[in-house]
Design a protein around this ligand. Sequence first.
Ligand SMILES: Nc1ncnc2c1ncn2[C@@H]1O[C@H](COP(=O)(O)OP(=O)(O)OP(=O)(O)O)[C@@H](O)[C@H]1O
Length: 382
Amino acid sequence: MEKKVIIELIDVVKKFDDDVIVDRLNLQIYENEFITLLGPSGCGKTTTLRMIGGFEQPNSGDIIIDGKVFNELPPYARPINTVFQSYALFPHLNVFDNVAFGLNNRPFDYLLNFFNEEKLRHEIEIENNNKEITKKDLKKKIKEKISIAVKEALALVSLKGFENRKITQMSGGQQQRVALARALVNKPKILLLDEPLAALDLKLRQSMQYELKEMQRQLGITFIFVTHDQEEAMTMSDRIVVMKDGLIQQMGTPKHIYNEPVNRYVATFIGESNIIRGTYLKKDLVNFMGVDFDCQGYTFNENETVDVVIRPEDFDVVDLDKAKLKGIVTQSIFKGVHNELTVVVDAVELNVNTYENYVVGEPIGLKVDPYEIHIMKVNKDE
Ligand SMILES: Nc1ncnc2c1ncn2[C@@H]1O[C@H](COP(=O)(O)OP(=O)(O)OP(=O)(O)O)[C@@H](O)[C@H]1O
């Protein structure tokens, strides 16, 4: 099935004073996808999210949402809701009123449309035995509908029964759920989430990651998530956009970015990796650490200098007489399921993950399958 583009950023530039924070960004976001903007602090991901949400205006370029140019429309006029890291809940209101706040403050005409006026009238007609419907009847019905919608949103975030609790009596994780319910109650087509889990402890953060992903899948809303945590991005996203200094470095599925990083920056930012300078000799043959290795599917110039990426789990430990590389174990750390070894081969330290135990000082042999060798162009700036 053809995927439908719901948001498109075309050559979007954002400057603060003379600093270019987002530099000619081009990005298409699809309906129902969970997309994550990932990068270190200051790379421009929050600013990008804020422009999509309408909290900042781009200096140039276009932001197209559902086929319409939205550059200058304010946040409330967009089919979008935002969940911030700080939650921004009202401490003096209870859970119900916090979640209902947005809808309670919408104009009457908006709510008539939101709840489908025809349906509302039909329900009132049945209850009133076909008497004439007044504005008061409609207002009462809308109030009922808001109450149902709030309860549904709270059920979605597993906070059924918490309606009357004060915000100050809720834990960090529960407050995060209230903030989510407050966004979901508006039935947005697009939900922006700016590091929403950053304030939670690791265990809670991990369980919320699964819950969020599941919720997104069930509701079919487009989630645009911002984080600097690569593991979080890998766990939840359909696609990841890796950013650096206001520029997109790479975008793709977590698998694609992990297996085929385009440069050193992406390779080191996502997961652990060994990056080794080498020479691409000819089709399917690369040399690094003084040894020729078979490789697959890469076309570079013959004898071009390249960077070779090998993930620690992709090395195989083999008998010394069958090894391509021979080294000495200088460190071995037990990680529960696997061991993380440091192996020194000709003064180069390699990270190698194994299931077997090896002791420090032990000589070991390594080999790597052709399809586990990833080759990148050398970027002069790195
Ligand atoms: N309103 C503003 N005025 C001036 N500079 C700003 C403003 N907002 C952001 N910046 C600057 O723009 C740069 C990018 O900020 P942004 O918040 O987009 O980064 P980020 O990648 O989301 O980082 P973080 O994870 O720390 O939020 C930073 O150097 C920041 O100081």
